[in-house]
Ligand binder design. Sequence first.
Ligand code: XMP
Length: 521
Amino acid sequence: TVLVVDFGAQYAQLIARRVRECHVYSEIVPPTMPVEEMLAKRPKAIILSGGPASVYAEDAPVAPDGLFDLGVPMLGICYGHQVMAQSLGGTVENSDVAEYGGATINVTSPGMLFAGLPHEQAVWMSHRDHVSRAPSGFTVTAETDVTPVAGMEDLERGFFGVQFHPEVMHTEYGMELLRRFLYEGAGCRPNWTMVNIAEESVAAVREQVGNKRAICALSGGVDSAVAAALVQRAIGDRLTCVFVDHGLLRKGEPEQVEKDFVAATGVNLHVVDAQERFLAALDGVTDPEAKRKIIGREFIRVFEEAAREIVEGSGAGSPGTDAEPVEFLVQGTLYPDVVESGGGTGAANIKSHHNVGGLPDDLQFKLVEPLRSLFKDEVRALGEQLGLPSEIVWRQPFPGPGLGIRIIGAVTRDRLDILREADAIAREELTNAGLDRDIWQFPVVLLADVRSVGVQGDSRTYGHPIVLRPVTSEDAMTADWARLPYDLLQRISTRITNEVREINRVTVDITSKPPGTIEWE
Ligand code: XMP
């Protein structure tokens, strides 16, 4: 394990991901964690992340007591580099000139990290303070015009510091430097591979569930699909998956779950057709949050009914049967959810209605969360390793309330059908253009309460506009509108207006997030 001490920047998750891309397992820990607890995780290396504070700020986070006496190799990045320097007797200064963005370092003494690499390297900087004097025992390895100690190392103790961000793409040799620190500096071995992850997770689920039974709600999304496939591999028929078809999915998605997923995994699937029920509950509702609440509530009720049937149908606990009870609920919680909710227990991680939270007291399950330590890209790789179809593994994120929040206005069956057709055309053309993996999400939004005048085949039409909302993003927290090629937009527009009679106008949303959100509701 490599521990990434999170000093409060958004960079800690990125560092942890990059370490794993070097095939070394990493975990994020807070700087408030006592060193005994860190040691208990048997770290091969510790990385101190960047952070927004100045080491001289009043409540600046500090390294836990004794951190530098552990005898564990360490890499300080940005703020972490400054904390390392200051803790070991170097000097950190506040300078007038900040460095934000691209910069060039000069390697002054290559040491271990820079050996054999070019003398000048492009790096990504984001700091105001800087280390002006390295602690004794350290060699200064790199500098910039404004930063005298942009890199330092003490090979004896295995301590390394860099003022720039090796985890950021714009740092030319960033990954190479990380690899050198991990493999040469800390003696880590690259054994965090998908084959190992799959085997270890399957074994862990088997151990946790024992000979009991589990259920899982499938949403059609990649997380629940991979979680279910993994648990299926571990306990086979003792897993039952519930798929609630609420009628708000996109064209072809229910079939993907009901046919392709089952074919790939052989999973036991219980389908509930709840389309009428959701439509009735949503009747006349236009407020986005009200829609979300209704969809979430109905989902839990339907799932609860299905779960109850499965629990009772298993015959568990009834005299004369030897069936094991359904004790576990599988959830596709990912590592970023765990980190963002403070790393607490599973119960705290209810983010959307998919993470079935509010089940009644007499229907309590223990949670199985086999993806709890994985990042999204690892979940996709794991899905491929488990043999899931690529349409499922590479699916773009889709909101739990589905098309219900992509119809601006009340949700009706007709409107859903119109939107489904237009959305299918947009998706198909995006796929044909080979751009699926470049686009984070591509909502298609029906302005159902707006009408616009058009002319088609010499006659006037009075139809609805539709909005294309393709975005690029890393994590959905921020996003930019995607610059789709004009000819692709042209094809989508022509096909939608030709093939979907009710739509006579196609628009493209060119708002970034912020200020716009990705979804319209
Ligand atoms: P926004 O629209 O806030 O969306 O920029 C950020 C990400 O969250 C998804 N999203 C949801 N997911 N239930 C979900 O499960 C919801 O109610 C919901 N609302 C938005 C959205 O698709 C994007 O990925």
